[in-house]
Design a protein around this ligand. Structure first.
Ligand SMILES: Cc1cc2nc3c(=O)[nH]c(=O)nc-3n(C[C@H](O)[C@H](O)[C@H](O)COP(=O)(O)OP(=O)(O)OC[C@H]3O[C@@H](n4cnc5c(N)ncnc54)[C@H](O)[C@@H]3O)c2cc1C
Length: 516
């Protein structure tokens, strides 16, 4: 953290002058889906906005990380993003082409008059009297200061908030270890039709038996995971000709500390080694992949969770299990727990909590029964009502709210956060981190920043109802179709949930391909 001491030619830091690169109304740190939506929302409302991204493209994990499955509710600016992807033949069944997705985001940001700085890292924050005044960026010509009236931290690792001295959480409570990180990869020259029609796809869709056999036969040196996380066909590329491209989530590092550069380096290197032997394993054991070759690995490591802000409210696993609704809702999600194991194979779709004085292992929705790690001592899995698989009842199309307060940092003014670094415990973050939820949180943060500028108040003081009305007016899904949001007039039931509502004709977008 550095203070703001304006001198001729820039700002003074320990006897050195850092030149001022520019002055903005809104600066967004990190250009993943949360950051791009935040910047668009602010730019769209006429505020001078800059987005700063460390890598060479926008989209973060959804593009550079090859996570080409934007799941959860689509709404607001997300409609426009999906429409643009569709025009480019870059989306099918919630599977996207990450290359075209980068271009779509470039164009949308430029359309909303946002300035974009790629290959530029945020390295510090400028703070004066508990108010963030801007950030410091590393450029090819040295460090520069960017002054800002509002900063939105969408770095995934809460970098700007951390540099500002804001309170942080990281990983699990006991030792700060983050859940497993994964390096995505794309295989080319596959016969997707053959794979889909295979006995393996029918009888062992998550490759669980195939993996066991591979280990026994020595095709796999160790159990990287006990199941295939997901596999998606890349839309708009060769099809039905044996030259399809598929994106795969099957490479995992454990014991992860993703805010430590040494550990990040370790994970990239071991990830590429895993891709090498997994490609051979897949080629030998999976029908349709006999001629495949490695096309690319993600240029951004799949970090699911790392440093998170401590906001005015910390979203909890209990909130997810109870499908909690908040008066200051700014985003909804239907995704339950999905904690990828910290130290070994498998993922955990339950959370330990007390129900009626008894320790239980609770899931959020029926997908929780698909956990690949059972509770300790094979204890039973129940829903929040304590019901087991035989009689468990879940609310149809259940969803929970993400409150605005989880985006508002606790101590520093004029600073918001959005995306996977939201204020949440590990279980809540493991659910609330899907691509479209992060996108919507970003849109909400950008909209809140804009309102706070118009009214000349800190984002903390933005009226929740005003923010919600503005979001709803811009087609953001706050669940207004399904329930009455306290304090808002009725009448939002006409909301056209066109990418998620199965009754509407764009039904194809509901299909989810092996998500976890
Ligand atoms: C392996 C894996 C599989 C997943 N599977 C799915 C799935 O199937 N479906 C789904 O919907 N979601 C999935 N997710 C979750 C989802 O991809 C992410 O949670 C979401 O994309 C996060 O978006 P974000 O914008 O918050 O963060 P990111 O995408 O992480 O964006 C942060 C951006 O900030 C940049 N940045 C970081 N630090 C700095 C800095 N100091 N200065 C400048 N820039 C910086 C980064 O380069 C990055 O571009 C998965 C995640 C992982 C890791």
């Amino acid at each position: 953290m550095i203070g703001l001491k304006k001198v001729e030619g820039g700002i003074a830091v320990k006897g050195k002058v850092i030149p001022v690169y520019g002055e903005y109304d809104v600066v967004v740190a990190g250009g993943g889906v949360a950051g791009t939506a935040a910047a668009m929302a602010a730019g769209k409302r006429g505020w001078k906005t800059l987005i700063v991204e460390a890598t060479s493209a926008l989209g973060g994990l959804a593009t550079m990380g090859l996570v080409n499955i934007p799941l959860d509710f689509v709404s607001g600016l997300g409609f426009e993003m999906f429409d643009e992807l569709e025009k480019m033949n870059a989306i099918w069944h919630r599977n996207t082409d990450p290359e075209k997705h980068k271009l779509v985001l470039d164009r949308m940001l430029l359309k909303y008059n946002c300035d974009i700085l790629l290959v530029t890292q945020v390295v510090d924050s400028i703070v004066e009297d508990k108010t963030i005044m801007g950030i410091v960026i590393q450029t090819k010509t040295g460090q520069k200061a960017v002054l800002a009236k509002r900063v939105i931290d969408c770095s995934g690792d809460s970098d700007a908030a951390y540099y500002a001295g804001e309170e942080m959480m990281q990983g699990r409570q006991s030792d700060g270890m983050s859940q497993s990180c994964s390096l995505e990869f794309i295989l080319g020259s596959t016969d997707w039709d053959k794979y889909l029609a295979s006995e393996l796809k029918k009888n062992d869709p998550k490759w669980m038996e195939t993996i066991k056999r591979g280990i026994a036969a020595g095709d796999l040196p160790f159990e990287v995971d006990n199941h295939l996380n997901w596999i998606t066909h890349l839309p708009g590329r060769p099809q039905h000709c044996g030259k399809d491209e598929v994106s795969i989530c099957f490479v995992h590092s454990r014991n992860c500390y993703p805010s430590d550069n040494r550990d990040l380096t370790r994970m990239y290197i071991e990830g590429r080694e895993q891709v090498d032997f997994l490609t051979s394993f897949i080629k030998k054991n999976i029908p349709g992949f006999e001629s495949c070759y490695l096309s690319q690995t993600g240029s951004l490591l799949g970090v699911r969770e790392s440093r998170r802000i401590v906001g005015e409210y910390i979203l909890t696993g209990y909130d997810l299990a109870t499908l909690r609704k908040f008066d200051d809702v700014i985003c909804i999600s239907s995704h339950g727990y999905d904690v990828h194991n910290f130290e070994g194979p498998g993922n955990i779709k339950w959370a330990e909590m007390e129900i009626n004085g008894q320790k239980e292992y609770v899931i959020c929705n029926p997908m929780g029964f698909g956990t690949t790690t059972p509770p300790p001592n094979e204890k039973r899995i129940v829903n929040i009502k304590g019901q087991t698989a035989e009689n468990a009842e879940f609310e149809p199309n259940g969803y929970y709210d993400i409150p605005y307060r989880a985006l508002v940092t606790k101590n520093i003014d004029n600073l918001l956060a959005a995306g996977r670094n939201l204020s949440s415990d590990v279980n809540a973050q493991s659910g609330a981190r899907l691509v479209m939820a992060c996108f919507t949180m970003g849109e909400a943060a950008g909209t809140a920043a804009a309102i706070s500028l118009t009214e000349n108040i800190t984002p903390r003081r933005v009226d929740r109802k005003k923010l919600q009305k503005e979001l709803i007016a811009n087609e953001v899904n706050l669940g207004q179709k399904f329930r009455q949001i306290p304090g808002l007039e009725a009448g939002a039931e006409n909301f056209d949930d066109r990418y998620s509502n199965p009754e509407l004709n764009r039904k194809k977008h509901v299909t989810i391909v092996q998500e976890d």
